[in-house]
Design a binder for this molecule. Sequence first.
Ligand code: IMP
Ligand code: MG
Length: 186
Amino acid sequence: MAHAYEALLAEVLIDEARLQRRISELAEQINRDYADCDDLLLLCILKGGVMFLTDLSRKIHIPHMIDFMAASSYGVGARQSSGSVRIDMDLRMDVQGKHVLVVEDIIDSGLTLSFVIKTLENREPASLKLCALLNKQSRREVEIELDYVGFDIENKYVFGYGLDYDEKFRNLPFVGVARGDIPPDA
Ligand code: IMP
Ligand code: MG
């Protein structure tokens, strides 16, 4: 039987092996950069970042904490950030004095992340760095300096490995391009 996602999938952009190889490289870099750090907090931005967080966390060998935060931009469709961002769910930990590494699935306009950064900076973490699996640089509306990037990708709608197509198919082990590059609510 054909899988339900196949009708939506134009091509596999990054297969499972390539994803995992790159995540191992990022983890090695993080292991080096935070070698002497004993209060590292991986802060996952829900929901898209969850697969990336769990794989990355298992490859980071220095002791660390994890926590979760959900943010969304709203007003326009899934593809277009309106510029209004809200925190749907705040993290439970106090970030003051901790070394925070934000873990995101994809940076598009950058509006969501820049709002999250501002919110966190007000809480005085010891340091704040950003790690994104995917980066759509050509879509950027606000400048963001990413410390760790998995893959730079073109401006196409992608899903799988945490990213949704109409809230589904986050569980796919690869990142795929949507057929016709059509976002689900277009
Ligand atoms: P930004 O505020 O425009 O950077 O929006 C980033 C968020 O939009 C990501 O965290 C995703 O949740 C979502 N997003 C952006 N591009 C895609 C895509 O190609 N597929 C799935 N979700 C996406
Ligand atoms: Mg996200």
